[in-house]
Design a protein around this ligand. Structure first.
Ligand code: NAP
Length: 298
């Protein structure tokens, strides 16, 4: 006997579309009333195909909501000084309200030095240590929250998932997803545990979670048996696995074994169509907020 999936599917694609529509109206309102157009600058170093695709998608998303996009593509062998010079130009450009350096950078470039060069007022990814530091401190607010974890929280809010007082578990502790996701859940008054590659018996910890956010980058690692019945599962992982039936020869799966988990969880994000579309929507949202803050607009 087979059991049908019982989970609510958390539709990131739909929510992201709603958010992009809200942003487009707000951008148009601001432009009509003040002439100000929010602007996002993206710096791409090297010729990684995946990074080029991400940058192209970000540019297209900006155009669709009326945000101006600025782009600089630098060769793989450029120097740190070249990158910092462009960051500095964007820091000083009043038409640019948000700056994003596409990661990863080539090996010879010091990521920390580059991210530190972005003006905190324009650090749309929220990766500047001052923004992360403020995220970690009680009573302080970062100017920007990193886009992917912010997208996870937005999904929880828009599906009315109660966070306060709940047990939340995050798999992964990276600077861009796991660590800020855990800080955000804690700020929302969840009690958090973080699992990483050295954690022993992770499934014993995940089984306590009312809310699980997984950002490990390991395909189908979280099985149905790892979950507490009724848990809410946000799957950040995007992993390519071989698939001879697909025209591309591969398909994308999350960290969570969706087929099993959707029989145990009360709600779950699919991959693709869950967190992925939310990341770009949050980038647009952060760019709009930045323009409003810089020009003191309501
Ligand atoms: P990352 O920098 O490689 O970090 C992965 C984290 O997972 C690390 O903290 C690592 O632990 C932990 N980990 C790895 N294997 C593990 C295991 N077997 N058990 C428990 N923990 C394990 O990756 P990331 O940049 O955070 O990205 C994570 C995933 O999210 C990737 O699949 C990525 O493609 C996806 N992603 C999606 C979006 C989106 O928009 N949906 C955005 C960004 C990333 P250690 O710290 O001990 O090494």
């Amino acid at each position: 006997m087979t059991t049908e999936p019982s989970s609510t599917i958390i539709d990131g694609k739909l929510i992201a579309k709603k958010i992009r529509d809200e942003i487009a109206s707000e951008v148009a309102r601001i432009k009509d009333s003040t002439g100000i157009v929010p602007g996002l600058a993206v710096i791409l170093v090297g010729s990684r195909k995946d990074s080029q695709t991400y940058v192209r998608n970000k540019k297209k998303a900006c155009e669709e909501v009326g945000i101006a996009s600025f782009e600089v593509s630098l060769p793989e062998d450029c120097t740190e000084e070249d990158v910092i010079k462009h960051i500095s130009d964007f820091n000083n450009n009043p038409s640019v309200h948000a700056i994003l350096v596409q990661l990863p950078l080539p090996q010879h470039i010091n990521e920390e030095k580059i991210l530190n060069a972005v003006a905190i007022e324009k650090d749309v990814d929220g990766f500047h240590p001052l923004n992360i530091g403020r995220l970690a401190m009680q009573g302080r607010d970062p100017l920007f929250i990193p886009c992917t974890p912010k997208g996870c929280m937005e999904l929880l809010h828009r599906y009315n998932v109660e966070i306060k007082g709940k047990r939340a578990v995050v798999i992964g502790r990276s600077n861009i997803v796991g660590m800020p996701a855990a800080l955000l859940l804690q700020r929302a008054n969840a009690t958090i545990s973080i699992i990483h590659s050295k954690t022993k018996n992770p499934e014993e910890i995940t089984r306590q979670a009312d809310i699980l956010i997984s950002a490990a980058g390991v395909p189908n690692m979280v099985r149905g048996s790892w979950l507490k019945p009724g848990a809410v599962v946000i799957d950040v992982g995007i992993n390519a696995v071989d698939d001879a039936h697909s025209a591309r020869g591969y398909r994308l799966v999350g960290d969570v074994c969706f087929e099993e988990a959707s029989r145990v969880a009360s709600a779950i994000t699919p991959v693709p169509g869950g967190v992925g579309p939310m990341t770009i929507a949050m980038l647009l949202s952060n760019t709009l907020s930045s323009a409003k803050r810089i020009h003191d607009l309501k």
